[in-house]
Design a protein around this ligand. Structure first.
Ligand SMILES: [Zn+2]
Length: 378
């Protein structure tokens, strides 16, 4: 895309990043930092889960419409070029993940750093170009976020740098033993679901709807990344491979809100674990990759899950039958082959509901007859 008087957007750049670079571009007389800050402020409501404002991807906000009309920017072209490629977006305030090498290359080749759309996707915790998990900036997000990321860039020579440590939050599976290419394969598979109409699950002979698989994968990721609240444990990706406890979110979220907030605010490390778990449920790993994953987890002191049922059983506890029924409703009406991939996981989720004691007593009695809680193992 080329607009007269404006710098050309970089590949995969966000709208906010482009106007940040435009405001600092000496050849762009149309736009300045005050206008950029005003746009950012008008589209930012920090800390809100149900915020209707999004400085990167809300192309219907009054601030966006005003900015376009004041500066002669064609709205439809802006919407088409800067729209997200994934429906699974990190919450605006928690879009703090970036690739230091990409930022450094931007400075070298373009003079200014740029923020990527893919860094805003829950399902993209890894820079595919540099084959590295994203790191994070600790700065409060602002219009100058790309600069802040450049300024807070951890040096390569210091793997114990505070930012690198924080990007893994409490530590977990060591990056020294985990082959990041395994997670990249899952990330690319998730990306393909957004581009292609049909997909073929490994071992299947009939294609299935990519929209359907993408929806289910998104629900799984949100379950795995659920927030820990005062009354409910976190999703499996937030605690199974962590050193130390997961922090408690003070809000009293219901099940769905915990999923939305937890996934929208998760660190790149937790998001990477979540997409690996999706790969496990859908049986996307080769034998060799699964072996490497199990080795990386176990050599870091974290036993890998012995079954997909076990992963379902590690779903956050339910507070009511309705919470359970609402969750599994997301898995109704699926193609047989997709349903088949999920059956073991859903068996585990059902057991989690029994364990949460939210199903009626006759079901509980039936369940206890087959799976005495104390002897339960997987
Ligand atoms: Zn990169």
């Amino acid at each position: 895309m080329k607009l007269k008087g404006w710098p050309r957007p970089l590949c995969d750049e966000t709208f906010t990043s482009w106007i940040f670079r435009s405001a600092h571009n000496k050849h762009c007389k149309n736009f300045n930092c005050d206008e950029g800050e005003a746009y950012y402020k008008a589209t930012t409501r920090l800390y809100e889960l149900e915020s209707d404002s999004d400085f990167d991807f809300d192309f219907n906000s009054a601030a966006f419409v005003d900015l376009c009309s004041d500066h002669g920017l064609p709205q439809s072209l802006m919407r088409a070029y800067f729209r997200p490629e994934s429906p699974f977006l990190c919450l605006p305030y928690y879009r703090f993940s970036f690739c230091p090498k990409c930022i450094r290359e931007d400075i070298t080749f373009h003079g200014l750093p740029a923020w990527r759309k893919s860094w805003c996707y829950i399902t993209s915790p890894i820079c595919v170009k540099h084959k590295a998990i994203l790191t994070i900036t600790d700065e409060i997000p602002s219009f100058y976020k790309p600069w802040d990321a450049f300024a807070s860039e951890p040096p390569d020579s210091d793997p114990q740098h505070e930012l690198l440590m924080h990007s893994r939050r409490w530590g977990g599976i060591s990056s020294k033993v985990l082959d990041v290419s395994i997670a990249i394969k899952i990330q690319k598979w998730l990306e393909r679901l957004e581009r292609e109409k049909w997909c073929l699950l490994p071992g299947a002979n009939k294609p299935v709807s990519s929209i359907q698989v993408s929806h289910v994968a998104g629900v799984l990721i949100k379950i795995f990344l659920s927030s820990r609240t005062r009354f409910r444990g976190p999703g499996a990706a937030r605690w199974l491979f962590n050193e130390g406890p997961e922090y408690i979110v003070s809000e009293n979220f219901n099940y769905r809100e915990s999923m939305e907030f937890g996934s929208g605010s998760a660190s790149p490390y937790h998001r990477m674990i979540a997409i690996l778990m999706v790969g496990y449920v859908f049986r996307l790993f080769s034998k060799n990759d699964l072996h490497k994953l199990i080795f990386a987890a176990e050599s870091s002191g974290f036993p890998w899950l012995k079954s997909v049922e076990g992963l379902g059983l590690h779903s956050p506890w339910f507070h009511s039958e309705d919470e359970y029924l609402e969750l599994v409703a997301d898995f109704y009406c699926l193609d047989d082959s997709v349903q088949g991939r999920l059956s073991h996981f859903l068996t585990g989720v059902e057991c989690a509901a029994y364990r949460s004691k939210v199903l009626d007593s006759s079901k509980m009695k039936f369940w206890k007859g087959f799976f005495p809680f104390r002897d339960w193992s997987y």
